[in-house]
Design a protein around this ligand. Structure first.
Ligand code: SIN
Length: 484
């Protein structure tokens, strides 16, 4: 892989702790899922290094919290400049280790950078309050202070942006940040940490601990008494376990978990707008996003037309190695993921679904699963209950508003949902009654730094990005001034 990268310092092969890249005797492989070849060996963090990561993070945070907001902002801006200067290399590294297309990888780097930019600005906008006191000789003030050391576990689907969205907010708030990136995609995390150090972020403030042994690393990040807050992006199943582990030391916790997004197309929708939005949403990162449209409800009067238009658009997609610029859809993260998608599709067919395009007659032999459209799917079929995490569109017909609203809410998840209509009354009703943290109205491209990203129900709690994104990294302190 080295020959493809201009800035060789971006390729690191061990954890980044207290300003240094470190090694150990045990290494794990990082592979390119498109070609199923090993890219590089990376050193697994050991117990001693994990402890150093936490201790150096605690020490660094104590100084960082006193650095003036303007200086914090300047360092974050320098980090942004370096991230921008290394944009192409960062995208190539990501495409290699994750399998997404170069276009998707470049879009993610820009998306990730937007959080660094956003929080470089928000660092200067942390406000408190003065509050009317209940007695003449008292005054109440409220200040906000950093929660302290933040532990994080981030996923492989967005190896850059899920780190910058948390880390930049943490630094802006005055916290330090220790992250365990997914074992599939450690290289992107190590590269951005290297650039943060070059930008002048003090040693220990940003530690990256890499390894395959998620249980051991996760245990430290969720139970160590010096870690004050834990933040996770990943599956609901794992999120529940990690939340429970945090209980013993009563850490602040924020969870960005799974989704099962309904996408509703009403009879009065602009079908062209809906299809464009669906294509952009569903095939971003080959369907591996937690806000990916998972269940497509289409009014029966436009069902036929909508599915034909959709199949036409899907047939134009070109799938292959993400590094090849003419491909606009890449592979899944690994062979196992492709097999999982195949099983869901096979199950749907058994339950009566019809394949309009895509599908595979037998289980895939590599990480590629083709873009697929299924019609004749019914609400409640297994494929509508699971998070597909692949390029499969399951189309369900509906005939009235009450039924589709109930069906859209019929899930334990509550991350994102989308609906398409021209009727104002419907817009108001569905915006308010859909039980989700994020609602796309005639839109399904909803992620950006200005917007609060997060879910309700078993999709988690806490918000990332936006002016709300700092709250999870700040404690509220009440000062009661008496005898005045
Ligand atoms: C995710 O899939 O976890 C995040 C997607 C996004 O930020 O748009």
């Amino acid at each position: 892989m080295r020959s493809l990268i201009k800035n060789q310092a971006l390729i690191q092969q061990g954890s980044f702790i207290n300003g240094q890249f470190v090694s150990t005797n045990y290494h794990f492989e990082v592979t390119n899922p498109a070609k199923n070849v090993t890219l590089i060996q990376v050193a697994e963090v050991d117990a001693k290094q994990l402890n150093q990561a936490v201790e150096s993070s605690s020490l660094a945070q104590k100084s960082w919290q006193n650095v003036p907001a303007q200086e914090k902002a300047r360092i974050l801006r320098r980090w942004l400049t370096l991230l921008e200067e290394n944009h192409d290399d960062l995208a190539t590294i990501m495409s290699l280790e994750q399998g997404k297309t170069l276009a998707d990888a470049k879009a993610e780097i820009a998306y990730g950078n937007s959080f660094v930019e956003w929080f470089s600005e928000e660092a200067k906008r942390i406000y408190g309050d003065t509050v009317s006191a209940p007695a003449a000789d008292k005054r109440i003030t409220v200040i906000k202070q950093p929660v302290g050391v933040v532990g994080a576990i981030t996923p492989w689907n967005f190896p850059n942006a899920m780190i910058t969205r948390k880390a930049a907010a943490a630094f802006a708030a005055g916290c330090s940040f220790i992250v365990k990136p997914a074992a599939e995609t450690p290289l992107s995390a190590l590269a951005i940490a290297y650039l943060a150090q070059q930008a002048g972020l003090p040693d220990g403030l940003f530690n990256v601990v890499v390894g395959e042994n998620a249980q051991v690393i996760g245990e430290v990040l969720t139970t160590h008494p010096l870690i004050n807050k834990f933040t996770f992006t990943g599956s609901t199943r794992v999120g529940k376990l990690l939340t429970a582990q945090c209980a013993n030391t009563v850490k602040r916790v924020s969870m960005e978990l799974g989704g099962n997004a309904p996408f509703i197309v009403f009879d009065d929708a602009d079908l062209e707008v809906a299809i464009n939005a669906l294509m952009a949403n569903k095939f971003r990162n080959c369907g591996q996003t937690c806000i990916s449209a998972n269940r497509i409800y289409v009014h029966e009067s436009v069902y036929q037309q909508f599915s034909q238009m959709l199949v036409e658009r899907v047939s134009e997609l070109k799938q292959g190695d993400g590094l090849e610029p003419t491909n606009n859809i890449g592979c899944l993260i690994h062979h196992q993921a492709a097999k999982h998608v195949h099983q869901l599709v096979a199950g749907a067919i058994e339950q009566g679904a019809k394949v309009q395009i895509g599908g595979l007659p037998t289980a895939p032999e590599n990480a590629f699963y083709p873009p697929t459209v299924l019609t004749n799917v019914s609400h409640g079929d297994a494929i509508t209950q699971a998070e597909i995490f692949g390029p499969v569109l399951a189309l369900i017909a509906f005939d009235d508003d009450d039924t589709v609203l109930a069906q859209a809410n019929d899930t334990d998840y509550g991350l994102a949902c989308y609906f398409f209509t021209q009727q104002l009354k419907r817009v108001n009703r569905f915006s308010e009654q859909l039980d989700y943290g994020m609602v796309g109205i005639n839109d399904a491209v909803i992620s950006n730094a200005a917007a609060p990203f997060g879910g309700v129900k078993q999709s988690g709690y806490g918000r990332e990005g936006s002016k709300y994104g700092l709250d999870d990294f700040l404690d509220v302190k009440y000062l009661c001034h008496g005898a005045l």
